[in-house]
Design a protein around this ligand. Structure first.
Ligand code: NAD
Length: 510
């Protein structure tokens, strides 16, 4: 395939790079990557060994010592050029993301657009790494805080965003003066290798120290554990399941490292009697079936006022029946495959469990068969009537299952249901009633990191800080002032007088 060639993907690829150099990784076995869209074999990757990791981390560490002294706007210039390279390769990389991960081509292209957008954002940020100036209580003293580069930052990314999550972290970390190691999901390493190939030319053209942008493909249990335990890595950004994130958080905390944890969600939309159903239904359907329900922000629960429940249910059923399921590279299709057969099993198991708990599957749930679906990863998105307290509803099933539930009375009952799960990533309300919207956004409203009004739960813009509360992990990345996580804050007090007054008026005469 031509686009694979243009992205530098060979039949067999090395799994570790320090920026412009690929390490000859070969003794840890090959990862053979098949497309969930077609079942076709794409290419393989030689996984990195612990010795490869050691070279990568040492190179990244050595690079940090130089990179931190380059003025931030000059680091921003490198990121600007990376953004331009991504513009050139948007179509090809978007295709690969879609082909390797199974999301629709539109979403694959959208993911690369996010990479470009965060580059632009980071370039501007490179001139705005501001600290505050405070007033000292002592005469002839000046006090301020400044932000210093942190060190080597590692991004461990999940399969469902094969490239964007890396850029959210790495581009900001780079302008902040940190060097980067990326450990992508072993389910989608080719998109990561392609990204590394794309940026390579910028690194060569600008003589960027080897190790500023490094990549390592390897097993979670070996390479992953090495990263978590490595004191040379002061910050690790982990995007993945709550199970992996909980473990990572504990290991990193034990060595006093910093962690940005971006974990599972269980996102709800509230529909009040004042919702405008014209915009609600497409937002809910896109939220529930987009990326085949494999977004951390996918809509999983729909909390509907009892007075509009039947109408919403009928409209949703009609919309679900019109969904086209098939190859995500074909733009007429709305729903692509799940990542693999394991995910299909989780989907069918969740439906069995919800039925046992008293839920009713009112649409979908089938595993599709036939030539078009030969990868074995296609399912019909399910609509299920359920109750919030069911065990399975409390969990994140990473698949297209939408649980419909009723609320009665006022908005506070709906908010209680919305908040009544252990996760806290994204939430939204559809209403034209100002009081309901403001209650949802008030201190007694949504407890999630993201709370939207008249917009679905998925599809955040890079300009906002992204992340969630409770078992979603509490991390924030991407926009707003998330950059601060990639730097260490330092308070500086300078005495330009001839006396030595102590703070708090303490007397100490010698
Ligand atoms: P996963 O937890 O299986 O894997 C995530 C990453 O962790 C992978 O790179 C994996 O190789 C790595 N890993 C596994 N074991 C490790 C270990 N012992 N040490 C270090 N690294 C290890 O998740 P997944 O199936 O790839 O992704 C789906 C999950 O990610 C869902 O729960 C989804 O909600 C979550 N997610 C969250 C966000 C967010 O921003 N909150 C975004 C995307 C995905």
């Amino acid at each position: 395939m031509e686009f694979l060639k243009r992205l530098g993907i060979k039949e067999k690829n090395f799994g570790a790079s320090t920026g412009t150099k690929w390490l000859e990784t070969a003794d840890q076995g090959e990862l053979k990557i098949h497309s969930p869209a077609t079942g076709e074999y794409i290419a393989s990757v030689y996984q990195a060994s612990e010795a490869d990791y050691e070279k990568v981390v040492q190179t990244a560490h050595d690079a940090f010592l130089k990179w931190r002294m380059i003025p931030a706007p000059k680091r921003g210039e490198i990121v600007r050029q990376i953004g331009n390279r991504l513009r050139e390769f948007k179509q090809d990389l978007g295709m690969l993301v879609s082909y390797e991960m199974g999301k629709s081509l539109q979403e694959g292209l959208g993911e690369v657009q996010e990479m470009i957008d965060i580059c632009d954002f980071a370039v501007g940020q490179s001139r705005q790494l501001y600290g505050f100036t405070m007033q000292s209580e002592r005469p002839l003293h000046r006090m301020y805080d400044q932000y210093q580069p942190l060190g080597v930052v590692c991004t461990i990314s999940a399969f469902n965003f094969p490239v964007a999550v890396w850029s959210w972290n790495a581009m900001l970390a780079a302008v902040c003066g940190d060097t980067n190691i990326w450990k992508p999901s072993s389910k989608v390493p080719l998109s990561a290798i392609a990204s590394q190939n794309i940026i390579q030319q910028v690194l060569i053209d600008n003589d960027v120290p080897e190790g500023v942008f490094a990549l390592i493909v390897g097993r979670g249990a070996t390479i992953g554990e090495q990263i978590l335990n490595d004191k040379r890595i002061p910050l690790i950004s982990v995007t993945g399941s709550t199970r992996v994130g909980r473990h990572a958080g504990e290991v990193i905390a034990k060595r006093f490292g910093k962690a940005i944890l971006e974990l599972g969600g269980n996102n709800a939309v509230i529909l009040t009697p004042d919702a405008d159903l014209k915009i609600t239904i497409p937002a809910v359907v896109f939220g529930a079936v987009g990326t085949a329900g494999q977004r951390c922000t996918s809509t999983r629960r729909l909390i509907i006022h009892e007075t509009i429940y039947d109408k919403v249910k009928a409209t949703l059923l009609k919309a679900y029946k019109s969904l086209k399921i098939g190859n995500p590279l074909d733009q007429k299709n709305h729903v692509g495959p799940l990542i693999d057969k394991g995910a299909v099993k989780e989907f069918t198991t969740a439906l069995e469990r919800v039925k046992k708990e008293g839920g009713k599957v009112i649409y979908g749930g089938e595993v599709l068969e036939g030539e078009e679906y030969k990868s074995g990863s296609y399912v019909v998105p399910a609509l299920v009537e359920a109750e919030n307290h069911y065990e399975i509803v409390q969990e994140e099933t990473f698949a297209p299952i939408l649980y419909l539930m009723k609320y009665n009375g006022d908005i506070h009952n709906a908010i209680e249901l919305q908040n009544g799960v252990v996760q806290g990533l994204s939430s939204s309300i559809f209403t034209n009633n100002l009081r309901e919207a403001e209650a949802f956004l008030s201190p007694e409203g949504s407890d999630c990191g993201i709370a939207n009004v008249n917009i679905g739960t998925s599809g955040a813009e890079i300009g906002g800080a992204f992340g969630g509360e409770k078992e979603t992990g509490g991390g924030r990345e991407s926009g707003s002032d998330s950059w601060k996580a990639y730097m260490r804050r330092q308070t500086n007090t300078i005495n330009y007088g001839t006396k030595l007054p102590f703070a708090q008026g303490i007397k100490f005469d010698i």
